[in-house]
Design a protein. Structure first.
Length: 115
């Protein structure tokens, strides 16, 4: 029974350390961020636009020189319905490049949070 208890505690510790390391891996987006980096941005939603084809969402955020992209299968409609221009948000995503321009790709609607 003691062995099982020790194993359970060790599993919890390993899980916790893995989660803390993953959360702290996101850094604020900057000009030094590179493709593939997991980043976060905070700011005010300036505009939101669904793409003409594909039902994807593109957000413009204040103080940010890149667009935020949310694909339809990652919650574009949900985010579109929950946000309006003027909302203060924190967005987690991954730096990518599309047509020689940087963008931040959101991997889940839960990565977009109102502040």
């Amino acid at each position: 029974m003691v062995v099982l208890l020790v194993m359970a505690v060790l599993s919890l510790i390993i899980g916790y350390l893995g989660f803390v390391q993953q959360v702290s891996a996101d850094s604020a987006y900057s000009a030094d961020s590179t493709t593939g980096d997991h980043v976060y941005v905070e700011g005010i939603v300036l505009s939101k636009q669904m793409t003409a084809k594909g039902d994807n969402l593109i957000l413009s955020i204040s103080n940010l020189n890149v667009k935020v992209f949310i694909s339809k299968d990652k919650g574009a409609k949900e985010v579109y319905n929950n946000l309006k221009p003027g909302d203060n948000v924190r967005i987690n995503g991954k730096v990518a490049e599309y047509k020689n321009a940087r963008e931040i790709i959101v991997e889940s609607a839960s990565d977009v949070k109102k502040l």
